[in-house]
Write a protein that binds this ligand. Structure first.
Ligand code: FAD
Length: 396
């Protein structure tokens, strides 16, 4: 092999951290590193619930790749991946360009898992990219303005959030914060606005400590969120949702936040998947493909009890860091390290100054959890862009 070609797909948490590690560890002539991403920026997915509700500008969650990639070491291609051909060791982009590789890293993130619920794909929004959240924010504002012209249409002021997991809860927290401002701006009686958070599982935030769940629900109920727990959505239509109980909620805004599956490009490439995610080995390799590595929401890893880890930014970052170091080792003929996740805790925001968290056996509530979340954001920004980026982006 001449200079090995390392091709990284996706500049999300997993792909970006792999690239930054390679950039740090290798000299410019040791490997040909190419990063392909749809946009020329990285977005902080874990903040997207804020611009979606309109409590922060969308630009706040964008980080220009120009400012963090070293052009002497990384060749950046702004493009959309269409297909991976593992047998030929090539990747095709939407513009027809074909890129070849010796090592491939797949970090293309996720897409909404609709569990076969009729109409969701067609009629529900999802919090998944900068453009998607701009759309949600503008739609919400448009609903308020439309209501002013058709005051009997309370469905314009009814908002349905599907899923009371992490994303659904965080979005409800922000929406609860934004509504008073929208009501003032559009002269709408707050009593007319309804926000439903609908969850099929028997509890909100499955897997969290019951005391933290209760705290989160109490905070959100005070902000006007109405929960329907243990209540599957059966169908989504242009006019709202139909619940398994037979109840129909008329709404022009359904935001689906109840789970993700791996990017469908992975399955289409012929890799073995479970819910679109590749069950990778301890070196993050796709089974049967020595030179294909998968990180982030496209990868599936299991804990010691054989239970899958949920897809999180925390794990994607750790995978990217390990993989970047391993690829540098492989290029130099050294041995790679096994990937072992080190969970540092879980933190969820509930809107301005409010949150919950679990760090080891310690439970965190309210402003303490919110502050810890900011500290964790700061650490991440520092990791990818140094002090400058951390200071520019963090909201105190
Ligand atoms: P992503 O970060 O999604 O990145 C994928 C990249 O691939 C993107 O840059 C995208 O543009 C690019 N891409 C996709 N398709 C193509 C294509 N065809 N061609 C080229 N490029 C493409 N996790 C936590 O740990 N803590 C949290 O507090 C938390 N909060 C969250 C809040 C919200 C609102 C959401 C939506 C998620 C949250 N998560 C959280 C989950 C976390 O964001 C994901 O697990 C994480 O983003 C996965 O990283 P990734 O690298 O796999 O993919």
């Amino acid at each position: 092999m001449g200079t090995p070609k390392i091709l990284i797909l996706g500049a999300g948490y997993g792909g970006l951290l792999t690239t930054l590690q390679l950039q740090k560890k290798l000299n410019y002539n040791e490997a040909e590193i190419t990063l392909v991403n749809k946009h020329n920026y990285h977005y902080i997915t874990t903040w997207l619930h804020e611009p979606a509700a309109g409590t922060a500008p969308a630009d706040h969650a964008r980080v220009s790749l120009d400012g963090i990639l070293n052009k002497d070491k990384v060749n950046f291609v702004k493009g959309t991946v269409q297909a991976i051909q593992p047998e030929e060791q090539t990747v095709t982009l939407e513009n027809g360009e074909v890129l070849s590789y010796d090592y491939l890293v797949v970090g293309l993130g996720s897409e909404p898992e609709t569990f076969g619920i009729e109409g969701l794909k067609e009629h529900a929004f999802s919090i998944r990219s900068i453009n998607a959240v701009r759309n949600i924010r503008e739609h919400i504002e448009y609903m308020f303005s439309k209501f002013k012209n058709e005051p009997d249409r309370t469905d314009y002021l009814t908002f349905v959030v599907g899923g009371a997991g992490f994303t659904g809860i965080e979005f409800c927290g922000e929406l609860g914060d934004r509504l008073p401002e929208l009501c003032r701006e559009f002269d709408v009686d707050p009593e007319l606005v309804k926000i439903y958070c609908i969850e099929a599982a028997p509890t909100a935030l499955p897997g969290f400590d019951p005391e933290l769940i209760q705290y989160a629900m109490d905070v959100l109920e005070r902000k006007g969120i109405e929960f329907k727990i243990g209540t599957p959505i059966k169908q989504c239509t242009p006019d709202g949702v139909l619940l398994a109980t037979g109840e129909e909620i008329k709404s022009k805004t359904v935001v689906w936040a109840a789970g993700v599956r791996g990017n469908n490009i992975v399955e289409k490439a012929g890799f073995e998947v479970m819910r679109g995610r590749v069950k990778v080995d301890e070196y993050l390799r796709a089974p049967g493909h020595e030179n294909v590595f998968v990180v982030g929401d496209c990868a599936l890893i299991f804990n010691e009890e054989g239970r899958p880890y949920p897809p999180t930014a925390q794990i994607a970052v750790q995978e990217g860091e390990t993989l970047g170091a391993n690829l540098a080792a492989l290029v130099r003929g050294d041995l790679p390290q096994k990937f072992i996740p080190h969970l540092q805790g879980t933190l969820a925001s509930l809107g301005k100054g409010e949150g919950i968290g679990q760090v080891g056996s310690k439970k965190l509530f309210g402003s303490t959890a919110a502050m810890m979340k900011k500290a964790s954001d700061l650490r991440y920004l520092y990791k990818i862009g140094g002090v400058g980026l951390a200071l520019k982006k963090v909201k105190l």
